[in-house]
Design a protein around this ligand. Structure first.
Ligand SMILES: *[C@@H]1O[C@H](CO)[C@@H](O)[C@H](O)[C@H]1NC(C)=O
Ligand SMILES: *[C@@H]1O[C@H](CO)[C@@H](O)[C@H](O)[C@H]1NC(C)=O
Length: 368
């Protein structure tokens, strides 16, 4: 008996060791694919495909061409893919050069959870696109054409990691068109729609969910530009307090929704990821990390009106709109989106699980 127990312990010990070694490279969960839903924080080319090309200097630091990302280089979702040793995600909406064997990206710049915001591609539409993608790709897969290699394996849908980063534009659109209190009051309605979307994914067989909360909205340079005049409006890091408080309230209720979904959908595994804290930490620690002022963005500028990243304007003989020389010293790329250098740090904070509930690395996000 004793010997059996010892053997058992040794075997278990070995298994645990094996998991730990596997953790750094690839996924011990063996996620074969990623399906991502969201906004510009994780758009890998949908706006470029569907609306208009995101221009250079977007992409300049890593891809050497625009790549459709609102960033000089890689986004957090790209580091998710790297960590799981999977290729960068093709946008579902792109009709050229795509490969969906290891997942697809439904995220689109400007998207919100609720319909009627900045973008037609709200979360409900992204869900419809996913359902069509799933049924159509399974049908095509069965035809066994040469195209099959670029389609997901039908059995992988239930093994994939479903990543979600959306909500920022629900808040932004609300702030633009109403009062802080109205936005706060709208949070339960927004999250009801989030809940419905997750339920639909679950019915489609999704089991592993990695949910990002929303970032510190009041730390985005464009918000600071507009709101810094009001006395007492900024916190010790220079971010807009009332706006961040609404983002924090959104996150409290999002976390409650996730806890509720865990009970409601027992076969699913949910990881709630505190991206807010990761982003806030990078901003409040800018100096120590070797960054310039965190509100000084690299591309585009504000001269009483916006000169968008990728555009130029000549005012009184001075050319505005040239990007900065060293994007890696900036946290904000264009006043709204983070730089690749910031995304590297944000990813390092969130992927190892130190800001997650439960606190597991993304490679272990299949274990409840
Ligand atoms: C451009 O010049 C005009 C006239 O001197 C001045 O009123 C305006 O503020 C200047 N604009 C900028 C952005 O410097
Ligand atoms: C995760 O990474 C962050 C940032 O690199 C680090 O501060 C933290 O100690 C790490 N946590 C774990 C559990 O490895």
């Amino acid at each position: 008996m004793d010997l059996v127990m010892r053997l058992l312990c040794a075997l278990l010990g070995l298994t645990v060791l094996g998991v730990n070694i596997g953790g750094g490279s690839g996924s011990s969960c063996g996620f074969p694919a990623i399906y991502n839903f969201g906004d510009s924080n994780s758009d890998t080319g949908a706006i470029s495909a569907a609306i208009s090309e995101v221009p250079l200097p977007n992409g300049e630091s890593f891809f050497g061409h625009s790549s459709g990302r609102f960033c000089d280089g890689r986004l957090v979702i790209d580091f998710v893919a790297e960590k799981l040793q999977l290729p960068y995600l093709s946008p579902y909406l792109d009709s050229l050069g795509t490969n969906f064997r290891h997942g697809a990206n439904f995220a689109t710049g400007g998207s919100s959870i609720r319909p009627g915001g900045y973008s037609p591609f709200h979360l409900g539409i992204q869900l419809s696109q996913f359902m069509r993608f799933k049924s159509h790709s399974i049908a095509l897969y069965k035809q066994r054409s040469s195209y099959t290699q670029r389609l997901p394996r039908p059995e992988d849908f239930s093994k994939a990691l479903y990543t979600i980063d959306i909500g920022q534009n629900d808040l932004a659109y609300g702030f633009q068109h109403g009062t802080i209190e109205q936005v706060r009051a709208s949070i339960p309605v927004i999250l009801t729609q989030f809940d419905q979307a997750i339920n639909k994914l679950y019915k489609e067989g999704a089991r592993f969910f990695w949910v990002h909360n929303t970032g510190p909205h009041g730390c985005l340079p464009y918000n600071v530009i507009y709101d810094k005049q009001k006395p007492g409006n900024l916190d010790q890091s220079g971010c807009v307090k009332p706006t961040n408080e609404v983002a924090q309230e959104f996150n409290r209720q999002l976390k409650d929704s996730v806890l509720h979904l865990r009970k409601q959908l027992p076969l699913a595994v949910f990881t709630y990821v505190d991206v807010y804290s990761a982003k806030y930490a990078v901003i409040s620690n800018a100096k120590n990390e070797g960054f310039v002022d965190p509100f000084d963005f690299c591309c585009g500028s504000y001269k009483g009106y916006h000169i968008d990243c990728g555009k130029k304007a000549i005012v009184n003989g001075t050319v505005y709109g040239n990007p900065c020389h060293n994007p890696s010293r900036h946290i904000s790329w264009d006043g709204i989106h983070y730089s690749q250098a910031a995304n590297i740090l944000i990813a390092s904070h969130i992927l190892n699980g130190s800001l997650s509930d439960p606190p597991v690395s993304i490679t272990e996000a299949c274990h409840g």
